[in-house]
Design a binder for this molecule. Structure first.
Ligand code: NAP
Length: 247
């Protein structure tokens, strides 16, 4: 397959300062698109955007945004339109984990997980879809998780957010498919990032996590999706490490 050319397109990638989001933003930028990256920590984001801008043929900009705040998400999309006049690709990647039995989850933690992993995705889609509809095309790729179909003890908050995200994503796909907007949910298993979750190496040596998927694996899947002909829509993609430790 020839290298994907996204020149002239614009993508928003959320949670792009590190981990999976950074790898996705890098792949899209290398394919020639303009990219707007967001995260809350402004200095980390600025540094990440500068690294990608240096290697991209398009323009890469960092825009700090807390996705839990609707007005901030609205300003993120407005910022993208002001700079590039279009949103062709929206990758809702940002997410947080919190893992404890239900009666040990404090209310603020519950809110943080649901408001980031679910509300924030809704806000970004709600603001981006009119711009995609205006051009008659677009692609929304939501980064879910195998935790969106497999419940586990201690996962109530995270499972709820990712099960909810899968339902949201598939219903939205039916809402917008006839407007030329494609919607997919990529559902990875364990990925070697600093995300804190069961089986995560969160800060420990990466070699302890050699069996895991790498962020670049998820980025490759996103680029593969974007390369599909407009008649085709892979809507739910499960990705897992091929050889996890035997139980
Ligand atoms: P990560 O390394 O912890 O990165 C998370 C990114 O999201 C960071 O850029 C973070 O930046 C940003 N973020 C968090 N809360 C945010 C908010 N309220 N507003 C804006 N940005 C926010 O995580 P990751 O492992 O790459 O995970 C990315 C996605 O993949 C998540 O949706 C996660 O659920 C999913 N996933 C991960 C794994 C895994 O094993 N790692 C497996 C399956 C699915 P700031 O902190 O500066 O905001």
């Amino acid at each position: 397959m020839p290298d994907l050319d996204l020149s002239g397109k614009t993508a928003i990638v959320t949670g792009a300062s590190k981990g999976i989001g950074f790898a996705i933003a890098a792949s899209i930028a290398r394919s020639g698109a303009n990219v707007v990256m967001c995260a809350r920590n402004a200095s980390e984001l600025e540094e990440a955007a500068a690294r990608l801008d240096a290697l991209a043929s398009g323009t890469v900009l960092g825009r700090p945004c807390d996705l839990r705040e609707y007005d901030e998400v609205r300003r993120l999309v407005d910022f993208t339109i002001e700079h590039f006049d279009r949103v062709d690709i929206l990758v809702n990647n940002a997410g947080v984990g919190a893992f404890a039995p239900v009666d040990d989850i404090d209310v603020e933690t519950w809110r943080q997980v649901i408001e980031t992993n679910l509300n924030g995705v809704f806000y970004a889609c709600r603001e981006s879809i009119p711009h995609m509809r205006r051009r008659g095309s677009g692609w929304i790729i939501n980064i879910g998780s195998l935790a969106g179909k497999n419940p586990f003890a201690g996962g109530a908050a995270y499972n709820a957010s990712k099960f909810g995200l899968l339902g949201f994503t598939e219903a939205m796909m039916l809402d917008v498919r006839h407007d030329g907007i494609r919607v997919s949910c990529v559902m990875p298993g364990s990925v070697a990032t600093h995300f804190s979750g069961p089986g995560s190496h969160g800060g420990k040596s990466a070699s302890a996590a050699d069996w895991k998927l790498q962020p670049e694996d998820i980025a490759e899947m996103v680029l593969d999706l974007l390369a599909f002909d407009s008649r085709a829509l892979p809507s739910r993609i499960e990705m897992r490490p091929s050889q996890p430790p035997k139980k």
